[in-house]
Design a protein around this ligand. Structure first.
Ligand SMILES: C[S@@+](CC[C@H](N)C(=O)[O-])C[C@H]1O[C@@H](n2cnc3c(N)ncnc32)[C@H](O)[C@@H]1O
Length: 369
């Protein structure tokens, strides 16, 4: 047989394997679905930007399509697109649709918010809208378009491949983007603060002071300072103005961490590779070992990646795998299994750890010297 094009070879292979038509068509449809799954995220972004969750929330009950269209800030020639947008968001679980009853003159369906959608309402203190908008903004999306280029070059992240500098330097040079990012992490910290200050009180027993390393604008530290008023709380990050029992210190966790009984690391270790984490953890151990008190500890809040997920945990596993990709994309970090965490803690000289899986997909991990 002479030279065969790759396409011809593939055709022959498919015939030889006796692939059924319907199998092929199903595979085709699966590939389409995967290719276009970004449409769900972009539709969500658009809905938030148009204020759809807020409009329906303000309405206080199920809202008819025509009423929704009338209240949205859209050009009248674009009304026809809202039904399509709502259909895809309903499929994604953000709405339930209430069919029109026979008495309804217009026979038009009405939309109601689901719990997931309520998280996108701007006034919700645990709202995720800012987080979602920064995750999908063009700065981050550009990095996804550089993923394969990064696999072929020697730079540390796809983000650096796309923008020429690492993400922390970028934040330093672009204060506006940095502020948007800080707002996004604030809403996440509010949600975690609620769980930490109600479900994890025991973790703070016996401590007199804590430093929240990489604590950003101090949302978690403020909630801890308010809930445990005997605690002296410090945030280590760029400089800010402090209040009450909450202080801000400008510093670098790779250099030194101020001494305290407890060191908090929320969503910090997953930003870094193993070597850097061991360095940060060694500095934490140094910071808490000053007076040799028994209760002193580091408290990490991060994901513990499932090793053998059960079927019903499929969605959580999907989220963890997405975060694992995201950390590689932005900062050369990673999500870790318990075994991987243990290796880091022991590698930094800690003796023991306890995982409390009480903050949703993330856990509070007490790490003892
Ligand atoms: C993903 S954010 C987490 C912020 C906060 N802990 C939260 O969960 O909302 C990582 C934080 O680490 C800080 N950071 C990065 N490099 C640092 C360093 N070398 N020393 C101290 N903080 C650092 C960043 O400024 C940022 O606030």
């Amino acid at each position: 047989m002479g030279y065969l094009s790759a396409r011809k070879k593939m055709e022959i292979e498919l015939q030889n394997e006796d692939v059924e038509n319907d199998q092929l068509l199903r595979a085709h449809s699966h590939a389409w679905n995967q290719t276009y799954s970004f449409i769900k995220s972009m539709s969500l972004e658009c809905a938030i930007q148009l204020g759809i969750p807020d409009t329906i929330h303000k309405h206080g009950q199920s809202m008819k399509l025509c009423k929704l269209i009338a209240e949205l800030p859209i050009h009248p020639t674009k009304s026809h697109g809202i039904h399509r947008l709502m259909s895809i968001l309903t499929l994604s679980g953000f709405f339930t649709v209430q069919e029109a009853s026979e008495e309804d003159d217009d026979l038009e369906e009405a939309y109601m918010l689901t719990n997931a959608w309520k998280l996108l309402v701007k006034d919700n203190p645990y709202g995720m809208a800012p987080y979602l908008l920064t995750s999908l903004d063009p700065v981050k999306m550009k990095a996804w378009h550089h993923l394969s280029a990064w696999f072929r070059n020697d730079l540390s992240t796809p983000f650096e491949t796309a923008h020429g500098i690492p993400i922390w330097e970028y934040a330093h040079h672009e204060p506006n983007d940095n502020q948007v990012f800080n707002n996004a992490t604030k809403s996440d910290s509010r949600l975690i603060s609620r769980a930490v200050t109600t479900e994890c009180k025991g973790a703070f027993e016996g401590l007199r002071s804590v430093v929240d390393v990489g604590g950003g604008t101090g949302t978690l530290a403020k909630a801890i300072a308010d809930s445990f008023q005997h605690l002296d709380c410090t945030v280590l990050d760029p400089p800010h103005v402090g209040t009450n029992n909450l202080k801000f210190v400008a510093g670098d966790m790779f250099e030194a961490i101020p001494p305290a009984d407890g060191i908090i690391l929320k969503s910090v270790l997953h930003d870094w590779g193993n070597e850097e984490c061991v360095k940060i953890l060694k500095n934490c151990r140094e910071a808490i070992s000053g007076d040799g008190r028994r209760d002193n500890k580091a408290i990490a809040i991060d994901m513990v990646k499932m090793e053998n997920p059960k079927e019903e945990e499929d969605e959580s596993l999907g989220t963890q795998l997405c975060f694992n990709m995201l950390m590689m994309l932005l900062s050369n970090g990673k999500e870790r299994t318990e075994k991987e965490w243990a290796k880091l803690f022991l590698g930094a000289g800690f003796k023991d750890y306890k995982i409390n899986p009480v903050v949703g997909l993330r856990s509070l991990i007490e790490v003892c010297p």
